[in-house]
Design a protein around this ligand. Sequence first.
Ligand code: ATP
Length: 370
Amino acid sequence: MVRVYLHDVTKVFSKSVIALDHVELEVKSGEFMVVMGPSGHGKTTLLRITAGLEEPTDGDVWIGDKLVASARKGVFIPPKDRNVGMVFQNWALYPHMKVFDNIAFPLRIKNMPRQEIEKKVKEVAEVLGIAETLDRYPRQLSGGQQQRVAIARALVKEPQVLLMDEPFSNLDARVRVMARAFVKDIQRRLGITTILVTHDPADALTLADRIAVLRRGVVQQIGLPSEVYDKPFNIFVANFIGDINLIEGFIESNGPGVLFNGGDVKIPLSEKLLEALDERSSVVLGIRPEDIVLSREELQVGDGLVNVGRGVVEISEFAGGKFNVMVRMSGIELKVVSSSSFGIGDQVNVYFNMNKIKLFNKSTETLIYG
Ligand SMILES: Nc1ncnc2c1ncn2[C@@H]1O[C@H](COP(=O)(O)OP(=O)(O)OP(=O)(O)O)[C@@H](O)[C@H]1O
């Protein structure tokens, strides 16, 4: 297997559209990299540049030890010579061709002998569990099966790199979960270097060895899923990778803590943390819904739990095994994921898990603690 390396890659479509801005991304050999970001922030462009469907305006693209694109050096290796398989967002199956012919298509282009094509198509169909569908047309398959055909077509020429553009977006929620598990399993078994792009944090958190987050063509952070979730580089990443409550406040060192809402709510901070912060500096505190505990009674605190005040339950929805609760505390609305249910109007104690809070600098929005 090979590594993929995008070095200082920029793609300018027009003066106002810089799709990729000095992107530095190394995908290690055999690694599953998930690139995530909102719609229109450069994900597809990154894949197309890697595949050779688009030329970078600047920077270099390496696949293994081969330089496949470099604007400055005038290098551009076309897609067919890059040994890359691509699964498109809409799967792009040929409706008038049977599954066998859809999968065989890339091999026919290569003029591979008929018998060899048959052997390879059957092999890959077996691996992907669609051997019994080879004689059908795409419209006669379920969404999950169609997706497997698209993956089979990308894998049949035994590429060194697999690129997937939002491969689950056409699947309903239940099939999606299975399709994710399937893709992860295939990627592990084949050990193929993979880049998958998505706007769905669940794809990223469940599939990725590492995640890269793009914002307006700029890489914000590259890290393990747990790093990106627990130590997001900035507010954008924190918000994009999962639900988070963000509360503006300022630091108070006299009886140290973070004051919110003009001082109505005070969250005590350790001395050690305060040393790193400027007195009265403005911060944004981030806490994920699962890191807040609500209780009608007083709890024995410990394990980093701190009582930050009392609140009133405004919404409590059953969400299968847990409850999504909205609580109002001195004018601050907090989203909470709770294991117990509450009634609307219930008065509750609100506890924050201080081991999980994040503090961001209000003006730069970057993480200062967490
Ligand atoms: N061929 C093109 N010509 C001009 N602008 C383009 C072209 N392709 C993409 N863009 C623009 O480049 C930016 C990045 O687009 P890109 O398709 O890479 O985003 P994306 O993150 O994949 O979005 P989505 O999730 O909606 O597919 C967008 O502003 C888009 O409109």
